[in-house]
Ligand binder design. Structure first.
Ligand SMILES: [Zn+2]
Ligand SMILES: [Zn+2]
Length: 306
């Protein structure tokens, strides 16, 4: 019964507000996995065994598409290792035009898909790539990315913290810095705004406490909140020091968000899930706990009316 009520609330939320219709712009999830995807290189455990043998169960890397069906324009947040499939799906086999790529940061799951824009593959012409200053100079000063710049296959456009970028008459987007392991670049999240709804996308962040912004306020102020759910909890990857790769554990987020109303809880969608994350197992108690508490796990293809 609880799951049924949850499903109804979800349907209501996703259907958008009154004036939204089929031609409304929307965001679409193109992948939900952490940078390494699932199956994950070197993983011989049960979490990946079925994904190795059944390619239909592979999970693409975390990525968000933005679509305006009226103008047939699309944008993509992050160029992942699964860029070929995600580009194909987002542009509907080339029918819609890719108007820009927005990068969150320089970790491999978030920008290396740019390799497909170069001479060896698409040979694109001045595709706008939006990046923060350090991210921009990383691409300008390191191969093979600097070749995309020198051959004008991409046009780098600087992002400024909290500055609104108008995508078209109906859509805008704002980047904001979040704390993360910033070895090569800053890390940003994005806020998308349409005519009806606002969506927050934060695939990677260290811990909520390290951010100067209160995530609870963010949930209150926006209709959809897609956030870092990389790991469910402590000791999930036994042979690694998890303090070197900090993320808000889903377990921690659940308890921090526990006082929210059911409506506010249902705005939260966990994304960027590591192959080891038990919530990826459809029958796990951890997944049930997330759903029964009123939150959501993202899945490829889910659309959010903007
Ligand atoms: Zn990542
Ligand atoms: Zn990262």
């Amino acid at each position: 019964m609880k799951i049924f009520i949850h499903f109804l609330i979800l349907l209501f939320l996703l259907s958008g507000s009154r004036s939204a219709d089929d031609s409304s712009p929307f965001a679409v999830v193109l992948g939900i996995a952490q940078d390494g995807g699932a199956p994950h290189a070197g993983c011989v455990k049960t979490c990946c065994s079925d994904r190795w043998s059944h390619s239909e169960n592979e999970l693409r890397v975390s990525c968000l598409g933005i679509v305006d069906p009226q103008t047939e324009e699309v944008w993509i947040i992050d160029a992942t290792p699964d860029f070929p499939e995600q580009y194909h799906e987002l542009t509907q086999n080339g029918k819609y035009k890719l108007k820009g790529i927005f990068l969150t940061h320089a970790h491999i799951g978030h920008y290396t898909g740019l390799i497909h824009l170069g001479r060896e593959v698409m040979g694109t012409k001045e595709i706008p790539v939006y990046a923060m200053p350090r991210m921009k100079s990383f691409l300008e000063t390191n191969g093979p990315w600097n070749q995309l710049v020198s051959l004008s296959q991409i046009s780098l456009i600087p992002l400024t913290d909290n500055k609104i970028i108008k995508l078209n008459d109906r859509l805008s987007l704002t980047s904001f810095t979040v704390p993360h392991r910033d070895e090569y670049s800053e890390t940003v999240g994005f806020k998308l705004k349409g005519e009806n709804n606002k969506l927050i996308f934060i695939p990677d962040i260290d811990k909520w406490e390290k951010w100067g912004t209160n995530i609870i306020d963010i949930i209150h102020q926006n209709e959809f909140v897609l956030i870092d759910g990389t790991f469910f909890g402590q000791n999930e990857i036994p042979n690694r020091n998890m303090s070197e790769i900090p993320h808000p554990f889903i377990e921690e987020s659940l308890s921090q968000f526990s006082n929210l109303s059911m409506k506010n809880k249902s705005k939260v969608f966990f994304i960027h899930l590591n192959h080891s994350n038990p919530v990826l197992d459809l029958k796990s108690e951890q997944r049930l706990k997330v759903i029964n508490s009123g939150f959501n796990i993202s899945f490829r293809g889910i659309k959010f009316t903007l």
